[in-house]
Design a protein around this ligand. Structure first.
Ligand code: URA
Length: 270
C-alpha cells in the first residue's frame, strides 16, 4: 500500500507530538531482538514516511565541516558578523534539503538571556528570523509576561529548516554548534533558556528526556574562553500549542529564571 500525503502528514504530526512530549525511542507492541531482527513492518512504514534525514556526512567530511564552522565562527567579532558567517557557511547538510535561507537570531544583542530553540520551521524559513510562527508568538507572550521581552536573544541549534520540520540530527547540530557557542561567547549571557528536548540534549550533552531535565538548573561551560552561564531547560512552545496544560510548568521555569536574574543583580550591586 502506498502512503498518501495526508497519511504521511498525520504520522509526522503524531511523531512530532510524541517527540515534544519527550518520547525519544520507538517500540513495537512485541519485544524485538534488535541484535539481528529487522524492525516490524509498521515501524518500517513510519521510518519510510519520515525518512527525510540527510545521509550523514561521510568520513572526514563531518570533521571538516565542524572545523570550517569553527574557523568562520572564530572570525566573527559581533553577532552581526556571526550571522554573516552562518549565511556563508556551506558545510551543513540541511542547506541543500529545501531550506530557502539561513535563519540566525533575533533580539537584544546585549541580552541577559540567551534562548535556544531547536531549528527553524516554515515561517522562520520564509521570513529569515527564528520563532516568528505560532510557537514563536506564544514564546513572545510568555517572555513578555515574565518581564523578559527586551532581555533575550533567540537562536536555534541549527540555522536551516529541517525538511518537514523534523528534529535536526545530532550531526547537523554538531556542525552548527561552533556558531551557537560563538554566539554564547559573544553575548556572555547571565542565563540560558533551552526550549525543548533537542536544544536541551544538544547543549547539555544529556541523555535524559525533557520531562526530567526541565525546571532544573544546569551549567553550560565552554571548553575554550572561560564562558559559562546557568542553564534552564524547559518545554518547547510548539509542545504547549498541543498541550496547553503544560504551560504551568514553563511558567514556573520562566519565573525561576526571572527570579535568578533579579537575585544575581541584587548580589552584584550589594
Ligand atoms: N521552533 C524552533 O525550535 N525554532 C524556531 O525558530 C521556530 C520553531
Amino acid at each position: 500500500m502506498n502512503a498518501q500525503p495526508h497519511d504521511i502528514a498525520a504520522v509526522e504530526s503524531l511523531l512530532a507530538f510524541w517527540r515534544d512530549a519527550g518520547v525519544d525511542a520507538c517500540y513495537g507492541d512485541a519485544p524485538v531482538d534488535h541484535t539481528h531482527v529487522a524492525p516490524p513492518p509498521a515501524l518500517k512504514a513510519v521510518q519510510r514516511a519520515t525518512a527525510s534525514v540527510a545521509p550523514p556526512l561521510a568520513g572526514h567530511a563531518a570533521e571538516d565541516a565542524v572545523a570550517e564552522a569553527r574557523r568562520l565562527a572564530a572570525g566573527a567579532a559581533t553577532l552581526q558578523d556571526l550571522a554573516a558567517a552562518v549565511a556563508a557557511f556551506e558545510g551543513c547538510p540541511l542547506r541543500g534539503m529545501g531550506a530557502t535561507q539561513s535563519v540566525f537570531g533575533r533580539g537584544n544583542p546585549n541580552a541577559a538571556v540567551m534562548v535556544i530553540g531547536e531549528g527553524p520551521g516554515a515561517e522562520e524559513d520564509r521570513i529569515g528570523q527564528p520563532f516568528v510562527g505560532k510557537a514563536g508568538q506564544l514564546l513572545d507572550r510568555m517572555l513578555a509576561a515574565a518581564g523578559l521581552t527586551d532581555r533575550v536573544f533567540i537562536i536555534n541549534t541549527v540555522f536551516w529548516r529541517p525538511p518537514g520540520n523534523r528534529t535536526p540530527t545530532p550531526q547537523e547540530q554538531a556542525v552548527c554548534a561552533p556558531f551557537v557557542e560563538r554566539a554564547f561567547a559573544l553575548l556572555k549571557p547571565r542565563a540560558v533558556l533551552l526550549l525543548g528536548a533537542a536544544a536541551s540534549k544538544s547543549v547539555l550533552q544529556a541523555e535524559e528526556g525533557i520531562m526530567r531535565l526541565r525546571g532544573r538548573w544546569g551549567e553550560w561551560r565552554l571548553a575554550e574562553g572561560g564562558v559559562s552561564a546557568p542553564v534552564m531547560p524547559t518545554l518547547h512552545p510548539a509542545f504547549l500549542l498541543r498541550q496547553p496544560q503544560a504551560k504551568r510548568q514553563v511558567w514556573a521555569d520562566l519565573l525561576s529564571l526571572a527570579v535568578r536574574l533579579e537575585t544575581d543583580s541584587v548580589e552584584e550591586q550589594g
